[in-house]
Design a protein around this ligand. Sequence first.
Ligand code: PLP
Length: 431
Amino acid sequence: MSYKNDFPMFARFKKEKKPLVYLDSASTAQMPQCVIDAVREFEETTRANVHRGIYELSERATECYEGARERVRKFVNARRAREIVFTRNTTESINLVAYSLTKTFFKKGDHILISRGEHHSNFLPWQMIAKEKGIILDILELNKEGEIAIEAVKKALHPKTRLAAFSHISHVLGTINPIEKIRKTLRKRNILFLVDAAQSAGHIPIDVQKIGCDFLAFSGHKMGAPMGIGVLYGREEIVHTMEPFLRGGGMIRKVDITNTEWDELPYKFEAGTPNVSGAIGLEAAINYITSIGFKEIRAIDEKLTKRAFAQLKKIPGIHIFGPEDPRTRGGVISFTIEGIHPVRSSIHFQQDSSHRGRLRRITSNWVHPHDLATILDREGIAIRAGHHCAMPLMKYLGVPAVSRISFWVYNSVSDIEVLGRGIEKALRILA
Ligand SMILES: Cc1ncc(COP(=O)(O)O)c(C=O)c1O
């Protein structure tokens, strides 16, 4: 079954009369009509500020907003709706946790563990508080498949490790990390666990109780919802002790000249007017995803991953990162092409002897991912090229940039075939 017709973008956008082949859903997924309709319906019939007015419209808007929170609660199987905080995106959710824990939880000399594969959003907030507070940021190296191995986690833990933060699915390597096993290891030592679910939320089921994580972050725009709405799940026992991240309207119980009492959860973390229509859109996106079912979404990711590997492997000089078995990865594939054609843009990677990664020196006959993406764009094929906000990982892989394709429910085998032909054409041009 094809879901392409659910997404108006594919009927509306043409690149010089060529249909759009959108292979960048790991960055932002397209939005189905039902989400667009839900947002529009809210704006046309229910728009008002929430939790503030005592008039009917505001009460209806509040009901919709809180209804969306309840829908998210059910989606991630949180115990209580107050454990769901609406944010702008994954980045804000992780910054919130890092900032708030710094105020009350971390002490100088504590350790935080993350992996080399993290997106900068799950890297920089920890790096910043480490510098500011005298915390030690430990970096776990990935195994040769690009995964976080349990044994490596055990080895990397320090008696003073207080928190570990890992992605659920790698946005570069596609690997699905064993987060439930990681949680078991961490629990024995009472270590807080944050899961970056930016790449998993629209692709595999999430159950925060089963994972047993303390925090989980994701973005609506990667799962068919509007941009600017994100979620932080925070286990109540932890978040109720945390300081607010932003301060202002909508998050207080009482303010006088010298003192303020914060509102209850989750409102103390939602200062200012929230993105209400975004939350309504997220609810609609969750309903859309649920109507398809994760079994089907997973089957699409696996089928396309298998097909893409078969197609890409035909290209001489290609190097595909991460494991090949589609059952062990999400719908994200990164690759480089080297050694077949003289290229226009040659980038030389300076080998850094200070770390132990699998560095490979890039030769001058390397197809720069930006060149490839630019030529593919002319064919109506949208792929992502660059360091993918994962510069420490790029260093480990020995490349300054990679090309990345990623799928969602609207993609088909024919998209992969068009991509294959597009790459062949690009390589002819670059030669
Ligand atoms: C694994 C991962 N974490 C965090 C982010 C940041 O997401 P956002 O830009 O929506 O905050 C991304 C975005 O690509 C991601 O892939």
